[in-house]
Design a binder for this molecule. Structure first.
Ligand code: C2O
Ligand code: CU
Length: 487
């Protein structure tokens, strides 16, 4: 085991033609938490944690309800530590929902509520949040409403909203960053009649893929806040896996469940993917793109037609976003085209009609800023304030439809902006119309340094207090979170 990393590094250098020089550590890291685009000097020490594409990417286990009577699906999940094989042949301690890394997949449908009994058998408090869900305050998994170790809590999800690619994760105050990093997240796919009426790929041709980074080696998964050594890329809990596909169309639902890594995913041959959805379900129209930008917590739903590749060939899914050594963070997984298959699926030219935006009833401005001068104990602020769970930062009238102008005041640090309870619309990005990938319903929106984004949200689902925050969880744990009260 001692020489493992050196052996792997040497193997990789041979396999890819990387020279020794490229593996040498580079300049000191910039300000803590500053997330930059791919051209930045690497902060990594160099070696790939494993030979890529040697392990198969699993699909998440679909959780079965313990009861389905009366139009209600009841699930039980136990949060517990487990050992996961993230690097081949090496067992790593992780925190899980129900023993799975990432957690099991919940399949829900509109109009059919879900109840989840969550049993916390970890030694830390947790709070389970359904990200993107329209959920009553007491079931929202608020930062202070934690489940103590050994305790249970029941969450009720009404599923009254349209189809969406939701996900669930820990949200315990000051702990969410490490808890989610160590494994406490999973997907929750909510469908509806409209989505099911479309001829999109389904069943085994519909793949949920959760991508993230990690600082991992044979001694374990390492967490420190704003760590710049998270340079191993995982897909569904495996480092650099391969995925066997047939030469036909697949629907792939990407979730970036990283703590803070911004990604730009694309196929190594630069060929097009058809984006059909984002956080809050299908886009109005499909659009072709070679690059999928995905900040932490965002989702992108795409159709990739593998029939353009011969059986027996492979194509790597690359990442060109975020900091780090491109030799390490620049690839995610490899699709291996292993067979032919029939394909009756297609992507309609109109995917959904979104309701027209109501006349806004209020406007607000929100600023995001973190200390980026390299100080030892950086904090992160919304409107120059640290999160205080006892303070209400915005009072909102129930039924209001509001335009929020969100500004990233940092020169180096990237942020994003997530609101609980609502799926909003992105109106503008630095004064211009947003790109076609942001034309649907969103719950998280990326903000580059100095960028300003306008969103419109309508608060007509529930009354109560909910948080909004940067979803780079190291930042929210540093204070970049605030409370809105709808009444
Ligand atoms: Cu994924 Cu407060 O959220
Ligand atoms: Cu941030």
């Amino acid at each position: 085991m001692v020489s493992r990393r050196r052996v792997l590094a040497a193997g990789m250098a041979t396999a890819t033609g990387v020279t020794g020089a490229a593996l040498v550590p580079t300049a000191a890291t910039p300000a803590v938490g500053a997330e930059r685009a791919g051209a930045e000097p690497a902060a990594d020490t160099g070696a790939l944690a494993t030979t890529p594409f040697t392990q198969a990417m699993p699909l998440p286990r679909v959780l079965s309800p313990v009861s389905s009577v009366g139009g209600l699906d009841v699930y039980v999940m136990t949060m517990k530590p487990a050992m996961a094989e993230i690097l081949p042949g090496i067992r790593t301690r992780v925190l899980t929902f129900d023993g799975a890394f990432p957690g099991p997949l919940i399949k829900a449908r509109r109009g059919r509520p879900v109840v989840i009994h969550q049993r916390n058998r970890l030694d830390v408090p947790t709070s389970v949040h359904l990200h993107g869900g329209e959920v009553a305050q007491e079931h929202d998994g608020q930062p202070m409403e934690t489940i103590a170790p050994g305790q249970d809590r029941t969450y009720f999800y009404p599923n009254n909203q349209p189809h969406a690619s939701l996900w669930y994760h820990d949200h315990a105050h000051h702990l969410e960053s490490e808890n989610v990093y160590r494994g406490l997240s999973g997907s929750y796919l909510l469908t509806d009649d409209h989505e099911e009426s479309l001829p999109l790929p389904t069943g085994e041709y519909d793949l949920p893929i959760a991508v993230r980074d990690a600082n991992i080696d044979e001694t374990g998964l390492h967490y420190t806040m704003s760590d710049r050594q998270r340079s191993t890329m995982l897909a569904n809990g495996k480092a650099y896996p391969y995925v066997e596909v047939a030469a036909r169309k697949y629907r792939i639902r990407f979730l970036n469940c990283s703590n803070q890594r911004y990604m730009e995913l694309g196929l190594e041959d630069g060929s097009e993917m058809v984006q059909i959805g984002s956080d809050g379900g299908l886009l109005p129209r499909p659009h072709s793109t070679a690059t999928l930008p995905l900040s932490a917590a965002e989702r992108a739903d795409v159709v990739i037609d593998f029939s353009r590749y011969p059986v027996g060939s492979s194509v790597v899914l690359k990442n060109s976003g975020g900091f780090g050594n491109p030799e390490l963070v620049g690839q995610v997984l490899r699709f291996d085209i292993v067979r032919t298959a029939e394909d009756n699926s297609s992507v309609p030219s109109v995917l959904r009609e979104l309701p027209p935006l109501p006349q806004p009833t209020a406007e607000r401005t929100v600023t995001l800023r973190m200390d980026e001068d390299g100080r030892a104990d950086p904090h992160a602020y919304i409107d120059e304030k640290l999160y205080d769970p006892s303070r209400v930062d915005q009072q909102i009238r129930f039924g209001a439809s509001e335009v929020w102008t969100v500004k990233n005041l940092n020169q180096l640090a990237w942020h994003n902006f997530h609101m609980h309870l609502v799926q909003f619309r992105v109106l503008e990005r630095d004064g211009r119309a947003p790109g076609p990938g942001e034309a649907g319903l969103k719950d998280t929106v990326n903000l580059r340094p100095n960028e300003t984004v306008k969103v419109q949200a309508t608060f007509d689902a529930h009354r109560g207090s909910y948080v909004y925050h940067c979803h780079m969880l190291d930042h929210s744990a540093m204070g970049m979170m605030a409370t809105m009260k709808i009444s």
